[in-house]
Design a protein around this ligand. Structure first.
Ligand code: 1AG
Length: 137
């Protein structure tokens, strides 16, 4: 059983968010705002359902799903696209495939050295984020 992703996690590093946003067609103005944000993940498990919230001082994004069950996702406030998403476990990684207009799009979350890792990928660009557990929340 992989280590639990649940909890409140604060971003400590963020590599190539710019490249990821460019492939998604985000405007230079919005990219500048997004790059300055200190993102937080709040991950909850309720029964067989996961809820992953990404929060910031500017905007929030939330996604909820059941592992192995395809769902429709609208990336509201991000690139505002409709995708068909499917989250599965691949070893210790929780992997989401986001099928839509953009090719090879998705993300993967896993725990390594007590940190929450996230790779966001789209059309050859990979953004790598690492989060540290916030024990006060
Ligand atoms: C994410 O999904 C998405 C959050 O982690 C990534 C953050 C920003 C990059 C994406 C697109 C930028 C679009 C607009 C820029 C404006 C504001 C950025 C606001 C970001 C705060 C939410 C994976 C997640 C699973 O669902 O962890």
């Amino acid at each position: 059983m992989p280590a639990s992703l649940c909890g409140t996690w604060d971003m400590i590093s963020n590599v190539n968010l710019e490249g990821y946003m460019i492939t998604l067609g985000i405007s230079p103005f919005m990219r500048k705002i997004a790059l300055r944000l200190r993102l937080r993940k709040v991950i909850e498990e309720q029964g067989d359902q996961y809820i992953i919230k990404t929060t910031s001082s500017f905007r929030n994004y939330a996604v909820s799903f059941r592992v192995g069950q395809e769902f429709k996702e609208f990336t509201h406030g991000l690139d505002n696209r409709h995708v068909k998403s499917l989250v599965t476990w691949e070893g210790n990684k929780l992997v989401c495939e986001q099928i839509g207009e953009k090719k090879n799009r998705g993300w993967a979350h896993w725990i390594e050295d007590d940190k929450l890792h996230l790779e966001l990928y789209c059309e050859g660009q990979v953004c790598k984020q690492v989060f540290k557990k916030n024990v006060n929340e």
